[in-house]
Design a protein around this ligand. Structure first.
Ligand code: CO8
Length: 258
């Protein structure tokens, strides 16, 4: 598929999606969000792809939803079109792991997009924020919900009410990002992490993602039960036999996604 606002590269098992509206700091307009979701779904459906990496430019992962595009819309327009609901739902439906590799600004919808991915690897230049309050609105794709779960109420309130930016270092301390690396090493680190995950058994990767995400949707007791049932079900796979046999035989496993 040909895209205008993103680029897509695939190697053996990893799909790299790069947001590409440099003149607008990768502001998320309708076309970009549509193309991003199309590319994510294509990668999800591609048997060869096991992990997806989403990144931006050195200066900006994404500086938010496109303010120019939405500034004149009325309540009835955004309500009727259910602005951003489609992108949110489509990203949440992706079953393969998505790593956000964030350099520079990840603001508003950009921060929310990074948080909608499965984990964030940040360059030391990254800046996270929910500055929507400065525009007379609030976050619209998880900034009050996911951020609160990531960093707790106090920091989330601070970010959503003051609109201040968080550095990569603070974001790592607060649990928003999983790793921080020097900017020059960002893509090497993100692609390395993707490659490591891609070595595992695909059904196990999908099950692990589903089980972690379940913890956001349910009580601890139900979540633990869900995890145990999925854990039990993995014993029906050939890859469980192979993984455990390989450990006992002191060799690398040869997973066959079965
Ligand atoms: N929308 C549209 N254009 C943008 C955006 C944006 N969010 N951010 C930057 N741009 C454009 C600028 O207008 C400018 O364009 P031009 O050259 O034509 O004037 C170009 O990008 C470069 O930007 P700056 O000149 O401002 O660059 P600086 O280095 O001076 O500043 C900043 C960088 C600090 C990132 C600054 O651009 C900024 O504050 N941007 C807006 C950040 C913001 O408020 N984001 C929140 C937007 S609202 C939102 O995200 C709602 C989320 C709802 C859900 C979304 C789901 C996807």
């Amino acid at each position: 598929m040909a895209f205008e606002t993103i680029t897509v590269e695939t190697d053996d098992h990893v799909c790299l999606i790069k947001l590409n509206r440099p003149d607008a700091l990768n502001a998320l307009n309708t076309m970009l969000l549509g193309e991003l979701c199309d590319a994510l779904e294509e990668a999800d459906a591609n048997d060869k792809i096991r992990v997806i990496v989403v990144t931006g430019s050195e200066k900006a992962f994404a500086a938010g939803a496109d303010i120019k595009e939405m500034s004149e819309k009325s309540f009835v327009e955004v309500f009727n079109e259910n602005l951003f609901a489609d992108a949110s739902d489509r990203i949440m439906a992706i079953r393969k792991p998505i790593i956000a590799a964030v350099s520079g600004y990840a603001l508003g919808g950009g921060c929310e997009l990074a948080m909608a991915c499965d984990f964030i690897i940040a360059a030391d230049t990254a800046k996270f924020g929910q500055p929507e309050i400065n525009l007379g609105v609030i976050a619209g794709m998880g900034g009050t919900q996911r951020l609160t779960r990531y960093v707790g109420k106090s920091k989330s309130m601070d970010m959503n009410l003051s609109g201040r930016f968080m550095t990569a270092e603070e974001a790592e301390r607060a649990g928003l990002v999983s790793r921080v690396v020097p900017a020059k090493k960002l893509m090497e680190e993100a692609m390395g992490a993707a490659g490591k995950i891609a070595e595992k058994s695909l059904p196990t990767i999908l099950a692990a993602k589903e089980a972690v995400n379940r913890s956001y949707e349910t009580t601890l007791r139900e979540g633990i039960l869900f995890e145990r049932r999925v854990f039990h079900s993995m014993f029906a796979t050939e890859d469980q036999k192979e993984g455990m046999a390989a450990f006992l035989e002191k060799r690398q496993p040869q997973f066959r996604d079965k």
